[in-house]
Design a protein. Structure first.
Length: 312
């Protein structure tokens, strides 16, 4: 069953824009076949191929706190829900058409993107601002879902403009026992319908502000071997050690070139940087984990796994 639950800004890139502090969204761990013993049933949410969006004080931000300046209808909709934008924080996925299109809109830091009014927020959580600011949530998810449903019902009742009303939608939510066979069957159905994967959540869980076992995800991961063709130093805590690898090769018969900056342990960054300084890293074959290719043949979310021992 389904539980329906501006001043002028200079052009700046996402990488250099100042971020809002305190954006620490909860994240799910990869599903390994079981949940905590206390979990009796789970909420199942299809995961769109969009970007995480946090709404704080009525403004939209990415998961890293970068302001989303091209979501005008979403922010107009928030103003139609009295008190909610001031006292609560929305968590959800922002999306229009595809991952590539969504990224293009979200990363544009000049207001007025021609597709900005197309973005929709598919909300799956509503946390009180007091709990968000304190980074301590005591309200169970099942109650937060009710609060979210109430907020969006108010929007539907008080907003006559259909475009604004539709800018915020509840994320679909089904209920199931935490049975691995049943979960994977539904996961395959969601992927066949074009969704990126499946999120599974304990209704009694509190919002954790970190990765946690109460939220788990199933996604269609793939593994591929690519060659290192360039190495970049890092920034911030990764200054003077490995930041990113530029990789090239063939995936599913398609020639690809991609940058990979995730999946490394700190120790690995130091070891790989030492290899690079000795001239022994470029040309190595590495194994990455990813989520396939986009329609433009870009590698989706590459993550480093290891230097491939058999191919080096």
């Amino acid at each position: 069953m389904l539980l329906q639950i501006r001043s002028k800004e200079r052009r700046r890139t996402v990488a250099t824009q100042k971020r809002l502090a305190g954006i620490k969204p909860a994240k799910g761990l990869e599903f390994k076949g079981k949940f905590p013993a206390r979990t009796k049933f789970v909420y199942l949410e299809p995961k769109r191929d969009g970007l995480r969006c946090i709404v704080y004080k009525g403004k939209c931000y990415t998961a890293t706190g970068v302001r989303i300046v091209n979501a005008p209808l979403i922010e107009k909709a928030l103003k139609r829900i009295p008190g909610t934008a001031k006292n609560f924080v929305f968590d959800g996925e922002i999306f229009y058409k595809s991952c590539d299109v969504t990224k293009g809109i979200v990363k544009t830091q000049t207001p007025g993107h021609k597709l900005g009014h197309k973005l929709q927020l598919f909300a799956f959580d509503l946390i009180s601002k007091k709990e968000w600011d304190a980074k301590e949530c005591k309200t169970p998810l099942k109650r937060r879902k009710v609060n979210l449903a109430i907020a969006l019902t108010k929007l539907g009742v008080r907003c006559k403009d259909k475009a604004i009303r539709n800018a915020i939608q509840p994320c679909e939510c089904a209920v199931s026992e935490p049975n691995e066979k049943a979960l994977k069957k539904l996961f395959k159905q969601f992927v066949a319908q074009g969704f990126e994967g499946l999120m599974m959540k304990d209704p009694h869980s509190h919002y954790s502000f970190r990765k946690n076992r109460d939220w788990q995800k199933l996604k269609p991961y793939s593994e591929s071997d690519l060659k290192i063709i360039n190495v970049e130093t890092g920034t911030g805590k990764n200054k003077n050690r490995l930041g990113k690898l530029t990789l090239a090769g063939v995936i599913d018969g398609v020639k690809v070139k991609t940058k990979c900056g995730g999946g490394f342990l700190d120790k690995q960054r130091d070891e790989l940087w030492a290899m690079h300084k000795k001239g022994k890293l470029i040309g190595k074959i590495v194994e990455i984990e990813h989520e396939g290719l986009t329609k433009k043949n870009a590698v989706r979310f590459p993550q480093f796994r290891r230097i491939h021992p058999e191919k080096n």
